[in-house]
Design a protein around this ligand. Structure first.
Ligand SMILES: Cc1ncc(COP(=O)(O)O)c(C=O)c1O
Length: 402
């Protein structure tokens, strides 16, 4: 019998398991609201672009290596409108989801043994990527108004003392994943000052920036920087649909020209780019308003369910945007264990250790409220509370779960 292991290097780890479908109560990942996928408008846009421009799909990279020009033009408009950021067509690379932006930047900037600075709680996909590459990760705690800048300053100074220049400071400043916080303008400016002082690049991941309903967002870090050291990425996964696999990397040409050679997939899906560009040109901002209204209501439903079934045994901040609630569970609850048991009951949660530098802190968990219906949110949180009570004895006396 053929044994593939004989031909693989040690790094080629298998996938953890075969996929067996979505759980009944799906509170994980970065899914979107399925009812708000603008199907009719996407149908219209698809018909129009395939009839009028479909022939250009006959060429590889038909609008050049940076991506479909009308889409890049829309991204320029969107970034000016939302992130107060000016950029030109040749500073934008359309990528296959912002995950590809992370991979491209990592491939360009990092090699085993390098050091990067990130927020102490950060996107699980960032931890897994950096760990796989053998990178030393320094974590900076996040406060209500973003990264703790004093600790960042100390960290940079300590690294300097041992002759280490971090390859970048990665931040998700606008609706941080998982904490949901927004970095203040003052901190953004201080971060740039520090990056200049220690001469490090900043990698700004703004993939949730379109989903804000609580307050005005500050300008992007890249918009505030005059030293051309900020690499910026964003995504249509959260605003339209993760199934599109469309994101963008924005950087000045000296950086982008070094990243571009690593994009070896002959361009991001052409039809997706064309359809999205046609849709966005006419409907993006109206769609976003509707989406944010709905997400705001779903966030309320999630918080109400947490209060109803967990009472004051859990701590969380009410979301002002995004698709997640970041929750501190009662003492004694191990969310990694809870994850396994709850999954058997059809409830999927993201245990906090996957979103945190502190692998011992098992008390946190992240719940995504974007995909399930209001009814499922309520039922799923109730089920979770029951499972939690059975396994860990908490919540103790919440009448609603009996
Ligand atoms: C902070 C952050 N960056 C990047 C991504 C990747 O998103 P996508 O590749 O779908 O754009 C995610 C997904 O949840 C995320 O949370």
């Amino acid at each position: 019998m053929f044994n593939v292991d004989n031909f693989l290097h040690d790094e080629a780890l298998p996938a953890s398991a075969k996929w067996t479908g979505f759980p009944l109560y799906n509170f994980i990942g970065g899914h979107n609201d399925e009812d708000l996928i603008p199907i009719e408008k996407l149908e219209e846009a698809s018909k129009k672009v395939i009839l009028n421009h479909g022939h250009i799909l006959g060429k590889y990279n038909y609008t050049g290596p940076l991506g479909y020009l009308p889409l890049r033009k829309f991204i320029i408009k969107k970034l000016l409108n939302g992130a107060s950021m000016k950029c030109s067509e040749d500073e934008i690379l359309v990528v296959s989801g912002s995950l590809q932006a992370l991979d491209l930047v990592n491939e360009t900037f990092l090699k085993q043994g390098d050091t990067v600075i990130i927020e102490e709680g950060s996107y699980g996909g960032v931890f897994s990527r950096l760990e796989k590459l053998g990178i030393n990760i320094k974590g900076i705690p996040v406060e209500d108004d973003g990264m703790n800048i004093n600790l960042l300053s100390e960290c940079l100074e300590e690294l300097k003392a041992i002759n280490i220049v971090p390859r970048y400071v990665y931040t998700i400043p606008t609706i941080q994943n998982p904490t949901g916080t927004i970095m203040s303008k003052e901190k953004r400016i201080k971060l740039i000052e520090l990056a200049k002082k220690y001469d490090v690049p900043i990698f700004e991941d703004d993939c949730y920036a379109d989903l804000i309903w609580g307050e005005e967002r500050p300008p992007s870090i890249r918009a505030l920087d005059d030293s051309k050291r900020v690499i910026y990425c964003g995504s249509f996964s959260k605003s339209i649909a993760p199934g599109f696999r469309l994101g963008y990397l924005v950087a000045d040409w000296p950086i982008l020209s070094r990243v571009l050679p690593y994009k070896t997939d002959a361009g991001t899906g052409g039809l997706e780019q064309m359809v999205l560009s046609e849709f966005c040109e006419n409907h993006f901002f109206d769609h976003l308003t509707k989406l944010n209204q709905k997400l705001k209501l779903k966030a309320i439903t999630m918080c109400e369910a947490l209060d109803k079934y967990f009472g004051n045994t859990v701590e969380y901040k009410k979301p002002i945007g995004g698709i997640y609630v970041w929750i501190k569970m009662p003492d004694g609850v191990d969310t990694s264990k809870l994850y396994n048991i709850a999954l058997q009951e059809g409830v999927a949660i993201n245990p906090g250790v996957e979103w945190s530098m502190d692998k011992k802190n098992k008390q946190k968990m992240r719940l995504c409220f974007a995909n399930p219906t209001d009814k499922s949110i309520d039922e799923g949180v109730k089920k979770l509370a029951k499972v939690c009570k059975k396994e860990f004895g908490v919540p103790v006396s919440i009448a609603n779960i009996n």
